[in-house]
Design a protein around this ligand. Structure first.
Ligand code: ADP
Length: 374
């Protein structure tokens, strides 16, 4: 018999929150995701009460794992941090960039103020190209930006930035990110031979990601852009839960099929309580380089319409364009190498909207920074 959410909730009824309420009625549980015997959910707690909750989280994980049919369970505590005090949410003034955090940092990674994900429902839609040019657009807004290539299976940063060097270590243990076009960047691709076939098992993926997040000397960053692996499977869901994300940008092409995938991406981030900052429509229209005629070859406008329907912001449209393809594939991202051109302008506008979304969300009460206590 297939495993159901009700079975999980039944089992959780026997476990109490630190203030004595049965868990299902504590109001702290996120949606419970059950997929092929794997169970994921989070418990939203007050940051000050994380210590009291940790043993509860552990008993929940053990209890869920003991249910027949459960192969694995991953339960995370998520905590909102109130503004003020050490490690509090950043104080942001109107129009100014989000300031970098120090010490523990509201993102949960020391020195890093805000972490955002760039994700897509499937591969090949231009997610990595968008991630790097968005990062450069944020840099052009005066922010200190890092890029973490979390696509462990198919890292693309080495190619996108034509990086062949290996990262240096600090004191033999901590890795220094590589500096490229004013960005601090790290990718598993810098550490392995290109020809090495990589087979990652779930726990190794997570430990590689945790290392790149926490054992790299990122320094002080206003924004870290995480280029997620494509898709919305278990690996992506786990990552979305493990990385303390302030928001996610979804990249989609206009085709219907890709939009269905984009919807899955949005649903995935909603499940783990990560705000969707908006959708970018990539390869949106074709601008003929010789005659200048615009052709909406994929039925352009789908992503804007979909964003309206799903009530998420529309961040902008990037044309299907040879210059973008050539610069991207040559490791010369267009925002860095042709800063005065029309493509750079498009990406900078998207970056501005992303920054505004982040600022708006940090100002609005009820849209706090989400910190995942791993
Ligand atoms: P993903 O990360 O989604 O797999 P990539 O960013 O690697 O996608 O892009 C896939 C291919 O599409 C690359 O060859 C890239 O140069 C190209 N590409 C991405 N965006 C555009 C665009 N707007 N116009 C033309 N080619 C693009």
């Amino acid at each position: 018999m297939a495993l159901t959410k009700e079975q999980i909730l039944d089992r959780l009824a026997a476990i109490k929150s630190p203030d004595g309420k049965p868990l299902p009625s504590s109001g702290a549980l996120s949606e419970i995701v059950v997929s092929d015997g794997k169970v994921f959910f989070s418990i939203a707690v007050d940051a000050a009460a994380v210590k009291a909750w940790e043993p509860v989280r552990k008993s929940v994980e053990d209890a869920v794992r003991s249910i027949p049919g459960v192969q694995s369970a991953m339960i995370a505590l998520t905590a909102e941090r109130a503004g003020g005090g050490a490690g509090g949410a950043p104080q942001r003034g109107g129009g100014t960039p989000p300031p970098a955090a120090h010490g523990g940092g509201p993102s949960g990674v020391p020195g890093v103020a805000t972490i955002i994900a760039v994700a897509s429902g499937k591969g090949g839609v231009g997610k990595s190209t968008t991630a790097i040019n968005l990062a450069l657009g944020l840099r052009d807004l005066g922010l200190k930006v890092g890029v973490l290539d979390a696509d462990i299976y198919g890292p693309s940063l080495p190619k996108l930035l034509a990086i062949k060097e290996r990262p240096q270590t600090l004191g033999g243990t901590r890795l220094l990110p590589i500096s490229s076009h004013g960005l601090s960047v790290m990718s598993i691709g810098f550490l392995i031979e290109e020809e090495t076939p990589m087979i990652w098992r779930g726990p190794m993926v997570m430990s590689a990601l945790t290392q790149m997040l926490r054992e790299v000397e990122w320094g002080t960053l206003d924004v870290m852009v995480v280029d997620m692996p494509p898709g919305t499977g278990d690996a992506q869901l786990t990552m979305a839960q493990q990385v303390p994300l302030a928001g996610a940008v979804i990249v989609s092409t206009p085709q219907d099929l890709a939009l269905i995938d984009a919807r899955r991406g949005i649903a995935m981030f909603k499940r783990v309580n990560v705000p969707v900052l908006g959708i970018v429509e990539n390869m949106s229209y074709f601008l003929c380089p010789s005659c200048g005629t615009r052709s909406d070859i994929f039925g352009h406008g789908g992503a804007r319409h979909e964003a309206d329907r799903l009530n998420v912001p529309f961040l902008g449209e990037v044309p299907l364009d040879m210059t973008i393809r050539e610069t991207s594939d040559a490791g010369l991202p267009v925002v860095a190498t042709r800063p005065d051109g029309p493509h750079a302008k498009v990406y900078r506008e998207i970056a501005t909207r992303v920054r505004d979304q982040l600022q708006g969300r940090s100002r609005a009460r009820g849209a706090p920074n989400i910190v995942i206590e791993a």
